[in-house]
Each structure stands twice: as C-alpha cells, then as structure tokens.
Design a protein around this ligand. Structure first.
Ligand SMILES: Cc1cc2nc3c(=O)[nH]c(=O)nc-3n(C[C@H](O)[C@H](O)[C@H](O)COP(=O)(O)O)c2cc1C
Length: 131
C-alpha cells in the first residue's frame, strides 16, 4: 500500500517517531514546516497521491497543534484512509481525534498516543501504528 507519513515536530519528539516509522515502513516522509509569525505551513508532497496517510504531531492544549490543523484544512479533501499518532506529555489524544474528524469528516483507522518520556528513553513500540 502506498503510504505517506506526514509529521510536524517543534522540539524533536515527533520527528524521532516519524523517522523510526518511516524506516520500518520504507515509505515516503514529509515534514510540515511552520512559519509561526505568518501562521503558514509548507510541505513537499501532496497526500492525494497516497492510499494511506499517517499523520504525526504533538498534542498542544489537548488538541491538534496549529500546523497540523492548517495542513488538514489545505489537504484534507485529498486524504483517503488515514491513521493518527500523537506525542504528548500525558493527555490529549481524544481532542486530536475529534479535531481530525471535524476537519476530515471521518475517523482515523487507528489513533495512538506515545508519551514524550518514552520517546526520549527509546522505550516505545510502533507496532500499534504500523499494524
Ligand atoms: C504549546 C504546547 C502545548 C502542549 N500541550 C500539551 C497537552 O495538552 N497535553 C500533553 O500531554 N502534552 C502537551 N504538550 C507536550 C507535547 O505534546 C510533547 O512534549 C510532545 O512530545 C512534543 O512534540 P515535539 O517534540 O515533536 O514538538 C504541549 C507542548 C507545547 C509546546
């Protein structure tokens, strides 16, 4: 299945997760770059060309971070099947799933959270995302 991992990471946790998953799946990886002053994003690839998109981002205030919200507003209509993996201090997966449903009009196939502590210690699995 042609898969794309799209990620946003401010402090590196989600980047580690995304790069590990990309190696395991040997799929395309695209980073969301965020201009905080202009509130604008930029990416390289169009998710419409992929059968499955895996979205990865941190939780911000129990919800999707602005860069991922902007991404989904721009590219949502072209996204077919998707999965969601968030990294967080502790809580916030539910709000991120709600945000995705609102913006994409459908639920993710799979939604998982991984705590930042686990990423930093390297003690986390990714089978739940790749499944
Ligand atoms: C602005 C901001 C808001 C955050 N809000 C939450 C939150 O609501 N719940 C939580 O568990 N962690 C929260 N965090 C922690 C991050 O989700 C967590 O550190 C994440 O792994 C950061 O990912 P990154 O290194 O890829 O940017 C927040 C961090 C920031 C910077």
């Amino acid at each position: 299945m042609k898969t794309l991992i799209v990620f946003y990471s401010k402090t590196g946790n989600t980047r580690k997760l995304a790069e590990r998953a990309q190696k395991a799946l040997a799929c395309e990886l695209d980073e969301i770059h965020f201009d905080e002053k202009a509130h604008e994003i930029s990416t390289e690839l169009d998710p419409a060309g992929f059968e499955r998109v895996i979205l990865m981002c941190p939780v911000w205030a129990f919800n999707l971070p602005e860069p991922m919200t902007l991404y989904l507003k721009r590219f949502g209509p072209g996204i077919q099947t998707y999965r969601l993996a968030v990294t967080c201090g502790r809580l916030g997966l539910r709000g991120c799933v709600s945000g995705c449903k609102r913006l994409l009009g459908k639920a993710p196939e799979i939604a998982v959270k991984i705590r930042s502590k686990a990423i930093q210690s390297g003690e986390y699995g990714i089978d739940g995302i790749l499944g």
